[in-house]
Design a protein around this ligand. Structure first.
Ligand code: IPM
Ligand code: MG
Length: 368
């Protein structure tokens, strides 16, 4: 029986609670489909700082390197930030470091609004059309997040001056564009590339490069949109989008906006992938929402984003397509049966049953 090694890093806030539900569902899947998952848990984020003095403890990094994939919860507790230098905070020292260290340049964030959750979408029903189904493909290791120089300096007159640098090379744009075109080929074959080519040098190179790569994918229809218009179009007519290709920061912003259309950030999974070598793709799988400290430890968080992230892991890193589809179907079934965590609950919805994190996980595991 094939064994897959998973590093499970739950992190902070709601991370441990939603991770427990994802592991519960993975165990149900393992039983049914006959593969073996060797899941090893390790601390990261503030949990890493508390356990070993660092947001990404050496032992946790070593475990990740020996694993076939990383299943990640979430990190960061803003209240504790002032107690350590900004370079040591979990977002930079753990999350961004892992993205860079493992070359995870392609971030896939699929947003779907299930029919049963139409009420949880902030848009009027007529704007939802036959349902919203968008894949945001976000470049994850370039742009402003990593560009140098990046610093705050004090000028002679005493005021401060701050610099972040947006930088992309042709090859960085080419490889993420290919991921986006290939993703579109498996969907509705439409790609919208987002840029700010009317202002930024980065935008001009982005647009030229994506246009050139499009010739390799003649079956995909490509259009371009400035990011400000893209943000507006998401609100006005989200059904026009199939795949949206974004550089790092634009993708960060638009994927949160798109997530709201899917009913809740608590529903949005993500896959961060590196290059495929020898037929396997190392990947990092995490919910796109944060640690939600205000509801942590109360059995209130929606575990669906974490559970769907584990489905993406089975598909993209292990090639277990049937098992991944079974998890997605079980999530749909649990929603159709009326199970609602607080973020997707509406008192006016007939048949809705308000449930906690564990009960949602139980319902999904039972549906495998
Ligand atoms: C995300 C998050 C991160 C990002 C933060 C926590 C650093 O917002 O994954 O979207 O900005 O990439
Ligand atoms: Mg974000």
């Amino acid at each position: 029986m094939k064994t897959f090694n998973i590093a499970a890093l739950a992190g902070d806030g709601i991370g441990p609670e939603v991770m427990a539900e994802a592991i519960k569902v993975l165990r149900a899947t393992e039983k049914k489909f006959g593969f073996k998952l060797a899941i090893t848990e390790a601390p990261v984020g503030w949990a890493g700082i508390d356990a070993a003095g660092k947001a990404l403890p050496d032992a946790t990094l070593a475990l990740c390197k020996q694993s076939d994939a990383i299943l990640f919860g979430s990190v960061g507790l803003p209240d504790r930030d002032p107690t350590i230098p900004k370079e040591e905070r979990p977002e930079r020292a753990a999350l961004l470091r892992i993205r860079k260290e493992f070359g995870l340049f392609a971030n896939l964030r699929p947003v779907t609004l299930p029919k049963a959750l139409a009420h949880a979408c902030p848009l009027a029903k007529e704007r939802q059309g036959n349902g919203i189904d968008i894949l945001v493909v976000r470049e994850l290791t370039g742009g402003m997040y990593f560009g140098q120089p990046k610093k705050t300096e004090t000028l002679a007159d005493g005021q401060q001056r701050t610099i972040d640098t947006m930088v992309y090379t042709t090859s960085e744009i080419e490889r993420i564009a290919r991921v986006a075109f290939k993703s579109a080929q498996l969907r509705r074959k439409k790609l919208t590339s987002i840029d700010k080519a009317n202002v930024l040098e980065n935008g001009i190179l982005w647009r030229e490069t994506v246009t050139r790569i499009a010739r390799e994918f003649p079956d995909v229809a490509l259009d371009h949109m400035f990011v400000d218009n893209g943000a507006m179009q998401l609100m006005l007519k989200p059904t026009q989008f199939d795949v949206m290709l974004c550089e790092n920061m634009f993708g960060d912003i638009l994927s949160d906006e798109a997530a709201a259309l899917g009913g809740s950030l608590g529903m949005l999974p993500s896959a961060s992938l590196g290059a495929t070598t020898g037929g396997t793709t190392f990947g990092f799988y995490e919910p796109a929402g944060g640690t939600a400290p205000d509801i942590a430890g109360k059995n209130l968080a929606n575990p669906i984003a974490q559970i769907l992230s584990s489905a993406l892991m089975l598909r993209h890193s292990f090639g277990l397509n049937d098992a991944a589809a079974a998890i997605e179907a079980a999530v749909a079934k649990a929603i159709d049966a009326g199970n609602r965590t607080g973020d997707i609950f509406s008192p006016v919805e007939a048949g809705a049953k308000r449930v906690g994190t564990r009960e949602m996980g139980d319902a999904i595991a039972a549906g495998i």
